[in-house]
Design a protein around this ligand. Structure first.
Ligand SMILES: Cc1ncc(COP(=O)(O)O)c(C=O)c1O
Length: 450
């Protein structure tokens, strides 16, 4: 019998130095159910990371487990390349039924290799083929995955390597707490004007791109929802210039923000929709869905051995059925409100909580250092304090991830089925962590002044 520490030690000896989560969340997971994971020593944690938002219904949901059993019992294939099957047929029909009818009526779907980044790569290729243009516009703070093309679209400079896909222009993404236009009290000024102007200025240095890609709510960037007005402006800028608009809903798709897709909050519809994570019900699956006018690909123009994960289609379908049949979207809205109320209450008590934001069950709490204003007078993000908070939560049985600028945003991505009692339990842990961290800081300050 191995202990958690045995597994962790061996992991550190054998796995790549690129490993991330185990460094901050040293846990060897033995069992998992719903919100809870149990480590190899029998310690139970509440998991508000949920496979980075993949597990819409939490771990090993009975509906998902039953779908796996049924798939095997029926003798359905596990792998068929892009050949069709009854499971795939139903998956496509059901996925299309989640989309706005005018989009679905003229849409095409491409099954991609199984990760979100694979689907982003497909979207880049699609719009480049369709327009014959080469550049892309992405937005500051955006996260689209870590393959060579997707990484080039990422705002965070940390993981970038030399020689990424060229011709990517970064434009401001509306982040009122840390306004990209430098306004200290940004009441939601409209930075789409910058994009419009840059694309209109013959000497602006921005050529008409093959596509524009954005997250409707930035996830890794720190739980930042884009206002509907900005999305509407970006949509019209794209229309006026025939630039395909790509929404990367890898993290937001299928209920995370309280609607099936995050774009529904605004009514702004993309030309290309990128989906992964929740659509596979916890198993790897990724697709792009796009307007058929863009479908000028020649046969074989985009392929990949693992583009037809049949079992993931079954678990994805089970997830979708459950979301629809049990008013999961209603639960997301109610639990989001409850979370935000509790977190705002903490914000009033702890000065280092600068902002509480998000949409649905994609929430963030930005940790700041009010004594260290940045170049334009805003409190800087306090990454080390956020890490202390994350560690205090972990020690008290709660798994949360950090994201955003300087890793200063505590992110919450609980199962969409989380209950009120569980929300309270999660917030109780965060509250205790805030007190622990505050007390430790006060003690350190006292020592400095002795
Ligand atoms: C919005 C968004 N796009 C793309 C990706 C990349 O997905 P994957 O890690 O499966 O490649 C992620 C992953 O977190 C994401 O949040």
């Amino acid at each position: 019998m191995h202990t958690s520490q045995d597994y962790l030690t061996r992991q550190a000896e054998t796995e790549s130095n690129a490993r991330t989560y185990p460094r901050k969340l040293p846990v060897a997971i033995r069992r998992a159910e719903g919100l809870y994971v149990t480590d190899a020593d029998g310690r139970v944690f509440m998991d508000c990371l949920c496979g980075a938002g993949t597990l819409a219904l939490g771990h090993n949901h009975p509906a998902v487990v039953a779908a796996i059993r049924e798939h095997l019992d029926e003798g359905y294939p596990l792998h068929t390349l892009d050949l069709t099957t009854p499971v795939k047929h139903r998956f496509v029909e059901e996925l299309f039924s989640t989309l706005p009818s005018h989009f679905a009526a003229n849409a095409r779907i491409q099954f991609c290799s199984p990760s979100g980044a694979d689907a982003v790569e497909a979207a880049i290729k699609l719009v480049k083929t369709a327009t014959g243009r080469s550049g892309m516009i992405s937005f500051q703070g955006g996260y689209h995955g870590q393959t060579h093309g997707a990484l080039a679209l990422m705002g965070n400079l940390g993981p970038k390597v030399p020689g990424l896909m060229p011709e990517v222009q970064f434009h401001p993404y509306p982040y009122a707490y840390r306004c990209p236009m430098g306004h200290v009290d940004c009441g939601g000024c409209d930075c789409s004007a910058y994009t419009r102007q840059a694309l209109s200025d013959p000497e602006g240095g921005v050529a008409r791109p093959a596509g524009m890609i954005l997250e409707v709510v930035q996830g890794e960037g720190g739980a930042i929802p884009a206002p509907a007005s900005w999305l509407g402006q970006i949509r019209s800028i794209a229309n006026e210039r025939q630039i395909p608009l790509i929404f990367d809903e890898v993290q937001t798709g299928w209920g995370r923000t309280g609607t099936m897709y995050a774009f529904e909050h605004s009514g702004v519809v993309p030309d290309v929709l990128v989906l992964s994570k929740a659509i596979g019900g916890g198993l790897p699956l990724a697709v792009i869905v796009y307007r058929e006018e863009l479908d000028v690909w020649k046969p074989g123009a985009h392929a990949g051995t693992f583009r037809g994960n049949q079992l993931a289609m079954s678990t994805g379908l089970a997830t979708l059925d459950f979301i629809r049949e049990h008013d999961v979207l209603g639960n997301v809205a109610a639990m989001s409100e409850r979370f935000q109320e509790r977190l705002r209450d903490l914000q009033e008590r702890f000065g280092f909580i600068g902002d509480v934001r998000g949409r649905g069950l994609m929430l963030g709490m930005e940790i700041v250092d009010r004594e260290q204003p940045d170049a334009i007078g805003r409190p800087t993000g306090h990454g080390s304090l956020a890490r202390e908070l994350q560690a205090a939560c972990f020690a008290d049985g709660l798994i949360v991830e950090l994201g955003g600028r300087h890793g200063a945003v505590m992110r919450l991505l609980p199962p969409l089925t989380i209950t009120a009692v569980q929300v309270d339990a999660v917030c109780d842990v965060i509250g205790r962590a805030c007190r622990t961290v505050q007390a430790a800081r006060q003690e350190r300050d006292l020592l400095v002044h002795v």
